[in-house]
Design a binder for this molecule. Structure first.
Ligand code: F6R
Length: 240
């Protein structure tokens, strides 16, 4: 595991964007695993600027997002579909047919899970998986618990995640209680995983990850077994 300690959010975002840009430069048809949330916004901004300046070409990439709320239409402003459109897909001109996101509104959610795993495999797996980290150590929406699921699955969000994500909604009651998320297998099979952590609230979860110990009560710790994991964090997340 390679750990990069950055001064602040901006430096973390710079390094994360450079890592993704190098991946796409070396392999223009890369399969990118993508995350939503506050953490990667700065990275997406830099990727969009690079695309707009003609310094990066995302025309041949394929993308797979980690997760989506369940029971939410893609057009809903709070959906991760909308987030990705606004923060990356539109400005970076990612082709609609190259974008994959789990559907939160599918009538058959279980079939959707199987189809999602099959689509990732058919694309040849993920080259680089971008990850944030939950305050409770979740990656994607793989929440802490006695067991972790390997495949894409439906998950009940924990109180802590609902509380943390309430900031994106008018009030906490409106945060969906369930989500559909990639499981640990797709994440662990990614050729490279790049986890970003910023801010004091992430200190405890990040410390668990950096301790080198592995526990399902902090799903991010599984990355200790990944052969090519990059952790990019800022001082607040690292020092608390
Ligand atoms: C989002 C995702 C989540 C977030 C995590 C941190 O697609 O998979 O694991 O990365 O909840 O969220 P932020 O960045 O908002 O603190």
């Amino acid at each position: 595991m390679r750990v990069y300690l950055c001064k602040n959010y901006e430096e973390m975002s710079d390094l994360a964007a450079k890592t993704v840009l190098s991946q796409v430069l070396l392999k223009p048809e890369s399969v990118l695993g993508l995350a939503t949330g506050s953490t990667p916004v700065g990275m997406y901004e830099r990727l969009c600027r690079a695309a707009e300046a003609g310094e990066a070409d995302f025309s041949r990439i394929t993308t797979f997002n980690l997760d989506e709320y369940l029971g939410i239409e893609p057009e809903n402003e709070q959906s991760y579909h909308s987030f990705m459109k606004k923060n990356f897909f539109t400005r970076a001109k990612i082709k609609a047919e190259s974008i994959h996101m789990p559907s939160g509104s599918s009538e058959d959610a279980l079939a959707e899970c199987t189809a999602y795993d099959e689509a990732i495999a058919a694309a040849g797996g993920i080259d680089i998986q971008v990850l944030g980290i939950g305050q409770n150590g979740h990656i994607g929406f793989n929440e802490p618990g006695a067991e972790l699921s390997s495949g894409t699955h439906i998950v009940e969000l924990t109180e802590s995640t609902i509380r943390a994500n309430a900031r994106f909604f008018e009030n906490e009651a409106l945060v969906p209680k369930k989500a559909i998320t990639m499981g640990m297998r797709s994440i662990m099979l990614a050729k490279t995983v790049m986890l970003m952590a910023s801010g004091k609230e992430k200190h405890e979860a990040l410390s668990g990850l950096l301790s080198g110990k592995i526990t399902t009560s902090n799903p991010s710790t599984m990355l200790n077994m990944h052969p090519n994991a990059i952790i990019i964090c800022d001082e607040e997340a690292y020092n608390g």
